[in-house]
Design a protein around this ligand. Structure first.
Ligand code: ZN
Length: 151
């Protein structure tokens, strides 16, 4: 699929795409947000169960390409047990990494997306679930789209 991505990273993405983690609706949930990437047709809804400022549980449903699903799967795994501030810090790192390939600090498993910047059309797929997460944390029920992302 992506010749330039290292094999291990590609395997992780394919695994999360075929068997997405946390792929379920959450009712009730503390907050949720919808994200849409018109460029590719990805759409997802992300759910959070909050304990004060900490994410107790995270899940998502939706349909889309392999990259968008794998990203949401890895993101919901990452978010559990993290605080709002942890997530904001990680969003900044991951956003930079996905767009430029520069890895700042420890991004853990999310490093599998470090090669995505070479595929500009896929950047929005990878960042979609992050925008939905940030929107959910802000309590916004408004749909977010990737239209504001610059290529
Ligand atoms: Zn996509």
């Amino acid at each position: 699929m992506f010749e330039d991505l290292n094999d291990l990273y590609q395997q992780v993405i394919l695994d999360h795409c075929k068997k997405p983690r946390n792929f379920r609706e959450m009712t009730p949930c503390s907050c949720s947000a919808q994200g849409r990437n018109p460029l590719c047709g990805d759409q997802l809804q992300l759910f959070l169960d909050m304990d004060g400022d900490t994410v107790r549980d995270a899940s998502f449903v939706g349909s889309g390409c392999c990259i968008s699903k794998a990203s949401a799967s890895l993101l919901t795994d990452f978010a559990k047990g993290k605080t709002r501030a942890d997530i904001e810090t990680m969003f900044a790192s991951v956003h930079e990494m996905i767009k430029t390939g520069k890895v700042i600090g420890d991004v853990g498993k999310l490093a599998v997306f470090a090669g995505i910047y070479k595929y500009p059309a896929r950047v929005k797929c990878a960042i979609l679930s992050w925008h939905a997460l940030m929107s959910a944390l802000k309590g916004g029920d408004q749909e977010v789209t990737t239209e504001s992302e610059q290529n």
